[in-house]
Design a protein around this ligand. Structure first.
Ligand SMILES: Cc1cc2nc3c(=O)[nH]c(=O)nc-3n(C[C@H](O)[C@H](O)[C@H](O)COP(=O)(O)OP(=O)(O)OC[C@H]3O[C@@H](n4cnc5c(N)ncnc54)[C@H](O)[C@@H]3O)c2cc1C
Length: 277
């Protein structure tokens, strides 16, 4: 097991090319737990939290760009996020505790890929993209295409997430919804999370994105439900049909936090609430 602190971003990319069984350490709030409980054995740890190019929040004409090692505290306090993506600002208020908010990074939350990760459903509803880079390549991947299985994703051995890109949409034209259901309001891991963004024109839903967490092996969009409700007014929506489609898209399980029946019913109620709003 080695601990490596690259001198700069170029050195980081070279290190990613050279070292085997490597894990990045950004805030360390997930990986340190995994090393301690033995889920990860003899890892080579590459520290990235000091690399300037990976941190901070920028904006251009169309998008907000969040560096992957930006902490949740900096995201919650960001004026750009408050102004252009108030949905994200509001939804993250119950992320962990102030101490974890200071340390945990957005890139770590995404890459760790827990089914319960709070930021992933929010970013899925915003149709965010990830910038993924290696020494010689840069690619953009929609978050909806990032996960391939439980804690599996499309990042290759020599790559890392450098930025998260979110469109500066006219949010006032959209209705937003976020509900994280846990055992208590703060410092809770989600039993169910639903995030949604929808646009209604002349009573018809003309654009909608719904994402759920803690209901599948990774957080995901509900494409079938989205497709069914698009173009419909509220009275045209058959909620039995919504439930039928939902059954094809979620696979709730029972575990120490909750049981699958509870998760299922809470999810149905939250989606109904969002569509009715
Ligand atoms: C007490 C406590 C409370 C918590 N509460 C919550 C909560 O309420 N909600 C929630 O969602 N999570 C919660 N978590 C989990 C954790 O804090 C988050 O998932 C956090 O965002 C992880 O970020 P990190 O920087 O600490 O990741 P790290 O632990 O540094 O890394 C996690 C994983 O991501 C990989 N990684 C990190 N950065 C990158 C990158 N840029 N590119 C590619 N791979 C990368 C690492 O290799 C590692 O596998 C909690 C954890 C603790 C200990």
């Amino acid at each position: 097991m080695k601990f490596i602190k690259p001198k700069n971003i170029e050195n980081l990319y070279e290190t990613l090319d050279d070292v085997g069984n490597q894990y990045l350490l950004a805030g360390g709030t997930d990986i340190n737990v995994q090393i301690k409980n033995g889920t990860i054995r003899k890892p080579n740890i590459i520290y990235i939290n000091h690399i300037q190019e990976l941190t901070g929040i920028e904006e251009n004409n169309d998008s907000i760009l969040i560096g992957s090692t930006t902490s949740f505290k900096d995201i919650i306090e960001s004026k750009s996020i408050k102004k252009y993506i108030p949905f994200m600002h509001n939804s993250l208020q119950n992320f962990a505790s102030p101490l974890i908010q200071t340390t945990a990074t957005i890139g770590g939350n995404i890459a760790n890929g827990s089914p319960t990760a709070d930021v992933i459903p929010i970013l899925l509803a915003l149709d965010a993209k990830l910038m993924i880079c290696s020494k010689s390549t840069t690619r953009e991947v929609f978050l909806k295409d990032f996960f391939t299985g439980y804690k599996q994703n499309v990042i290759m051995k020599n790559e890392l997430i450098t930025k998260i890109l979110i469109s500066k949409r006219a949010e006032h034209k959209y209705q937003t919804f976020y509900k994280k259901v846990g055992s208590r309001n703060s410092l809770a891991i989600a039993k169910v999370a639903v995030a949604g963004v929808k646009k209604v024109t002349k009573e018809k839903i003309t654009d909608i994105k719904i994402a759920v967490g803690s209901l599948n092996e990774y957080p995901r969009r509900l494409f079938k439900v989205e497709e069914y409700v698009t173009g419909k007014t509220l009275i045209e929506i058959d909620f039995e049909k919504v439930e039928e489609l939902l059954n094809l898209e979620i696979t709730p399980i029972s575990d120490l936090r909750s049981d699958k029946e509870y998760r299922y019913h809470v999810c149905v109620n939250l989606i109904r609430t969002f569509l009715n709003e």
